[in-house]
Design a binder for this molecule. Sequence first.
Ligand code: FAD
Ligand code: NAP
Length: 314
Amino acid sequence: MILDCAIIGGGPAGLTAGLYTTRGGLENVTMFERGMPGGQITQSSEIENYPGVTGEITGMELMIPWPAQCQKFGLKHDMVEVTRVTKEDNIFKIYKADDTISEAYSVIIGTGSSPRRAGFVGEDQYFGRGVSTCATCDGFFYKGKEVAVVGGGDTALEEALYLAKICKKVYLIHRRDSFRASPNTVARVKRTENIELILNAIPQEVYGDNMGVNGLKVTMQDGEIRDIVVPGVFTFVGNNVNNQTLIQEDGSFLCNMTKSGEVIVDISMKTSIAGLFATGDMRIAAPKQVVSAAGDGAVAALQAIAYVDELLNA
Ligand code: FAD
Ligand code: NAP
């Protein structure tokens, strides 16, 4: 059977695309998601800017009802990693890690992004043994202890605030003296007594032993090396776009991309390939918000419905 639409990625963009394609009349729609649906927001300890959702809510709590809402309208979920998407004669082929191939008339891709590594010595060696990119997942291990957070964007500051509630002290290490995060979040961090700002500081090396991390050495602006003795280091230094599924056998991309690897789309989420739509954090100029990823999913779904209708009834 050829799917009307294959959705790749089950974050806010993919799930919303699933809701709108199925509810809008496409009958055979499958969402391919390599893990549990919900996307990267499920790692967030708090979300306070999703419209209509007031009060303290975690990213996981926000996303829990989304898959069931889509399934009610017929969306199918295949828990598998997609390895490649190709197109030939109006049919997309979706290659999967279980060595099977699905076919579809249209594809909506929303594979989001993944945490970047900061690049200091020992980061890879101690990843998962004291170095983490998820405060909600690993923060509890450091209850009552001191931790370091690296980064100066919204994620670093929000997660520093989260960790400050669990940990005795948080050292927030940033390579500049001004933050990328929103002013409101910066103000909250500055008001938090157990967060110490270490600015103009470049992380050099995380060190430890068989038991895990013992500390982080940072170079200060004047060249002094400061030793921050902590058992946990959380890095939040941005994300890389997950665009690997669009890479073809010859190394080229299926559709037009920016130099930094984002998918180029128009305001209808159309890519340079007919029937292929890109949504959420992976597309050019993405605001990188749950609400905009969801909006992209809805826009792409409406376009996919029209595209499939025209293709099959032309
Ligand atoms: P993602 O959420 O990244 O989802 C992509 C999905 O695709 C993932 O589930 C992934 O497993 C899947 N996938 C990837 N590759 C494959 C593959 N090859 N095969 C199958 N599946 C695949 N935004 C806000 O609006 N407010 C906030 O407060 C906020 N806080 C945040 C806090 C943190 C810690 C982080 C990391 C992000 C935060 N964001 C916030 C940003 C928000 O999470 C993202 O903008 C949003 O999740 C993007 O949605 P998406 O659907 O594009 O991608
Ligand atoms: P980001 O905005 O790209 O910030 C990354 C931070 O890490 C920057 O401060 C950067 O420093 C620093 N950095 C980068 N590489 C580094 C390295 N090698 N060593 C040390 N520091 C390094 O990433 P993000 O905070 O994950 O946010 C991503 C997007 O999601 C943003 O658009 C953000 O607004 C959004 N988001 C929104 C919310 C919200 O709305 N509440 C919450 C989380 C995320 P410089 O500043 O010097 O470049």
